[in-house]
Ligand binder design. Structure first.
Ligand SMILES: Nc1ncnc2c1ncn2[C@@H]1O[C@H](COP(=O)(O)OP(=O)(O)OP(=O)(O)O)[C@@H](O)[C@H]1O
Length: 268
């Protein structure tokens, strides 16, 4: 199976310390990864590297066979789509939803003199349709709801047909219905054989969509565990990563976690 992403012996130094310290992580074609860890564990830093938006202090980052630092990042970046709340806020006010998606074909945040091909427009509309927001194409982006914004952000990230799609906390801030509906959409995306490799960052096991295959657990800038999801998202691992006794359960491909009560801890 083809190697799509590899971080090898990666160190990132900031403020006099290693905020990533010897990270090794390999992602293959067809895999769907969740990246989990407490605040400050190094999740954002790891995905910034994986998206070619940051260079390591030492070690190597290889994206679809090309090593960061040895090739023009402008060639690498279209290979990795990224969605995050901070990116959504950078989209200038007043853009039409269809333009927010179409402009991604050219790597811009706003419309800028491009002459769109009919096929760009058709693809943008098709992506919006696939994410359940096709009827919003003519709406102004900054007037749509949070859940709709997340879906448009995913359509936008898919527009350049990336090899990897990174979803940074895609369900944060959504109500229960919005979260479950978006997770169902992500499960559908995960099941598509031609979908890019998916990497989803979250703080909560409840936000892992069904169909995700692997997990990376980060703690204090290091890899605590990485591998097939059922072997990695366990009570043992999460208790150590989050620093308190937890019980993790899975049902129908979804996960829940709760802290053990005092009397349960005493009986351990
Ligand atoms: N430019 C910087 N200078 C100093 N420290 C930094 C810098 N950027 C990140 N850090 C620190 O590196 C650590 C890892 O940060 P990172 O944002 O990758 O963690 P995270 O797992 O995404 O956290 P969160 O869940 O809170 O978003 C944190 O302790 C953070 O304060």
């Amino acid at each position: 199976m083809r190697d799509v992403l590899e971080l090898k012996d990666v160190i990132v130094k900031r403020g006099g310390r290693n905020i990533l310290d010897g990270v090794n992580w390999r992602v293959n074609e067809g895999e769907r990864w969740v990246v989990l860890g407490p605040n400050g564990a190094g999740k954002t830093t790891s995905i910034q590297l994986a998206a070619g938006r940051m260079h390591p202090s030492s070690g190597t980052v290889t994206i679809v066979g090309e090593t960061l630092g040895r090739v023009d990042v402008n060639e690498l970046r279209p290979l990795v789509g990224l969605t995050s709340a901070s990116l959504d806020t950078r989209i200038p006010a007043g853009q039409r939803v269809l333009d927010v998606v179409r402009t991604a074909a050219y790597g811009h945040l706003a419309r800028w003199r491009e002459i769109y091909e009919d096929e760009d427009t058709a693809r943008a509309q098709q992506l919006l349709d696939g994410l359940g927001v096709g009827s919003l194409a003519d709406r102004v982006f900054n007037t749509i709801s949070s859940g709709e914004t997340k879906r448009v952000g995913i359509a936008r990230a898919l527009m350049p047909n990336p090899e990897v799609l990174i979803l940074d906390e895609p369900t944060s801030g959504l109500d229960l219905g919005g979260r479950e509906s978006l997770l169902e959409t992500l499960t559908g995306l995960a099941a598509q054989p031609y979908a890019p490799v998916l990497i989803l960052v979250t703080h909560h096991v409840e936000e892992i969509p069904e169909g995700f295959t692997h997990a990376l657990l980060l703690k204090d800038g290091t890899v605590f565990a990485a591998g097939p999801i059922s072997e990695t998202i366990t009570s043992f691992n999460l208790s150590r990563v989050f620093g308190l006794p937890l019980e993790v359960e899975s049902s129908h491909g979804r996960y829940t976690a709760r802290a053990l009560r005092r009397e349960e801890r005493q009986s351990l």
